[in-house]
Ligand binder design. Structure first.
Ligand SMILES: [Zn+2]
Length: 304
């Protein structure tokens, strides 16, 4: 069974300034609320994972091919531990954080995402573009606040000057979440770069803009002076694509001896999916069937 969460948000793909820049404007409130519920996230964990999921959704929408995916790992050595997210080219996402219940004190009014994530580490982006080797890019974290960290990644690792604004407003549940990424395209004039840079201040509170004006209102309020042209509007959601069949394949990779040990010592196996927090159990007879499959040479990894 595919974990498909039906409540959708939307993302606009746009060009700005007659094609000198492109932009992605996302509302991700329901997506982040799903993540909060699945993982029982603390408030700061909701903001940290929610921001990462939002940017990952946009990076998924940047992919060209249908089966391509992007994986982001943020390991800032803070109390939250590793954050890992995966985005698909349909802009659906899944993710988890190592210590979802941890929280840190607020900094003034704001959730201190930087303190929760830490900044003594790296942001790693792995793109599976259906080629033999995945593309891997890595940049040091700037602040652990996520937006700045991705901005440095785009600018330095992908050589695309980018403005990233991302925010999550959370009370008992997620009130508003979203992101805006603007990227200058090759050959952009200095006037175009200046108009985007001069607007950066307006984009600071993206989650508040979305709460107040909604997605369409935010597009109007924040971007109308940059001559936006809508390319398309795509639905986005939190989705985990794990299945018992995939887990079977993962189990089979352990090999005949390991599986026989599991069978003899534990009389079954349990697999946990970090992304949707679901456990699946494998009975004795199922393990026997998998061991038989391996013996019959049916342990080739197939692509689904
Ligand atoms: Zn799953």
């Amino acid at each position: 069974m595919q974990k498909d969460y039906l409540r959708l948000n939307n993302m606009y793909r746009l060009t700005l300034l007659g094609g000198e820049a492109r932009a992605f404007l996302l509302e991700s409130t329901q997506m982040v609320e799903q993540a909060r519920r699945i993982h029982s996230l603390s408030k700061t964990a909701t903001a940290a994972l929610g921001r990462t999921l939002s940017v990952t959704s946009i990076m998924g929408a940047m992919l060209k091919g249908e089966k391509e995916s992007v994986t982001c790992r943020i390991d800032g050595k803070g109390p939250g531990g590793l954050i890992m997210t995966v985005g698909k080219s349909d802009a659906s996402v899944k993710g988890f954080v190592a210590h979802p219940f941890e929280d840190v004190p607020r900094r003034g009014e704001k959730l201190d995402v930087g303190a929760y994530v830490g900044k003594e580490g790296m942001l790693t982006v792995i793109k599976d573009l259906n080629m033999r080797e995945p593309y891997v890019g890595q940049t040091p974290l700037v602040s652990g606040e996520i937006g700045e960290d991705f901005a440095l990644y785009f600018t330095s690792s992908e050589q695309t000057p980018s403005l990233v604004s991302v925010g999550v407003l959370v009370a008992e549940k997620v009130l508003s979440a979203g992101a805006l990424v603007i990227q200058m395209l090759p050959g952009a004039s200095s006037a175009a770069i200046a108009s985007v840079e001069n607007s950066a201040g307006m984009f600071m509170d993206i989650s508040k803009s979305l709460l107040k004006d909604g997605l369409d209102g935010t597009l109007e309020q924040l971007l109308s002076h940059l001559e936006p042209e809508v390319l398309d509007k795509l639905p986005v959601r939190y989705r985990c694509d794990c299945s018992k069949e995939r887990m079977e394949r993962a189990l089979m990779l352990l090999g005949e001896k390991e599986l026989t040990d599991l069978l003899n010592e534990r009389h079954g196996a349990e697999m946990h999916c970090n992304f949707c927090n679901t456990k699946r159990t494998f009975s004795e007879s199922e393990l026997i069937r998998l061991i038989d499959k391996i013996k019959n040479g049916d342990n080739e990894q197939r692509t689904s």
